[in-house]
Design a protein. Structure first.
Length: 171
């Protein structure tokens, strides 16, 4: 069905979704990769794949669907053994829309010290507020694997950065 201005309802719904979700997906992609250009590529590919599947995506879970696509793409990219840039942790994150340095710079530097798997788990758990079960489901691993990897990651970050991290952290 073609709607206002020749656009189908599907296109209108997806455009509204993409507009509202792009900034969130960009933040998550940047935290997963640590590289703005790679993050931009991941977001574009995520939106392309989400659009291709839009007829199967539930509107109430479109962000969750896109996040899963994004995480899977970042895992696939890592499996292709694309080299991880070492210089990215030394440059600030610049939000191109606002052209200002964001607090994400510090978070990205800290996340750069984690393994890719630990980084994905910490991003989903503490930046995206996923539960352990949701994180496990999103990554296709057990809840126990999420717990142990998250525990090791946070312990390492505490030791390295000597600052309390995580929800409800008690020192």
């Amino acid at each position: 069905m073609v709607g206002f201005g020749g656009r189908s309802r599907r296109e209108t719904e997806f455009t509204a979704f993409a507009t509202s979700a792009r900034r969130y997906l960009a933040r998550t992609a940047y935290l997963l990769t640590g590289d703005q250009d790679r993050a931009d590529e991941l977001v574009q590919e995520t939106l392309t794949r989400t659009y291709a599947a839009w007829d199967r995506v539930r509107l109430d879970d479109a962000t969750g669907y896109a996040r899963r696509v994004l995480v899977n793409l970042s895992i696939d990219e890592r499996r292709r053994r694309r080299p991880i840039p070492t210089e990215w942790a030394d440059r600030p994150f610049v939000d191109r829309a606002q052209d200002q340095v964001d607090d994400r710079d510090q978070a990205a530097r800290i996340l750069a010290t984690l393994t890719p798997r630990q980084r994905r788990i910490v991003v989903l758990r503490y930046f995206d507020d996923y539960t352990e079960a949701q994180t496990a489901e999103c990554l296709g691993i057990s809840v126990g694997a999420v717990k142990s990897a998250c525990s090791r990651a946070l312990a390492g970050l505490r030791a390295q950065h000597d600052a309390p991290l995580g929800k409800g952290d008690q020192r």
